[in-house]
Design a protein around this ligand. Sequence first.
Ligand code: C5P
Length: 235
Amino acid sequence: MRNAPRNPVFAGIDRSDLQEARQICRNIAGEVGGIKLGKEFFTAQGPQGLLEVVGNDIPLFLDLKFHDIPNTVAGAVRSAATFLKPTMLTIHASGGPAMIRAAADASAEFGETRPWILGVTVLTSMDDADLLATGVTDKASDQVRRLAELARENGADGVICSPFEIEQLRADNGPDFKLVVPGIRPAGSDHGDQKRVKTPIEALQSGADYLVIARPIINAPSPAEAARAIVESLS
Ligand code: C5P
């Protein structure tokens, strides 16, 4: 069983190179609450590479955003829980109630070591016009609330949300629903392609449970120092 996160910061190691990812992980593992690995790394290096980077103890956020028929998603959740034992993993809440429920039920089979199931609502890269192009006539903010509620009602542990959705989703879904938040920038850092950001402490004070931070850590001259400064800014 993996350790419990010692602080709320999960560092996203968005790299495809195994040695580079392993080096970054070695440098920052003692500072952050956990490590997030996603499609860029996983598609290049697979489950074996993932375990070479994070081992069996470091808290792991497996961000593969499963979206398929319920039976397949349940199988993917079982495979993840068996072989990778993530602390948390993502599914697309737009996969619907049966798919979310299948993921939650599959996770529950693993008892104490079960991964938290987190729903992705509306990708932050999509605006109202993009949603309309897919046939969704509601505003993105309403669709986020609807999908978060759908996730909760069908047994998900929480959702991924933008810093600006935290307060609404906390009010809608209560104190126990986990809100995991990317789009975080330490004061004074480069925003990259993230348009609407909050600082780590602002996001926590708004009600976030975990923060997902990638470039401000992994692109820093010293990732360990950058991670330490972020964690220190929280207390
Ligand atoms: O580099 P940065 O801190 O912006 O990266 C944030 C991490 O969270 C990346 O791994 C990115 O893929 C992920 N993410 C995001 N926005 C979302 C969902 C996930 O930035 N809406």
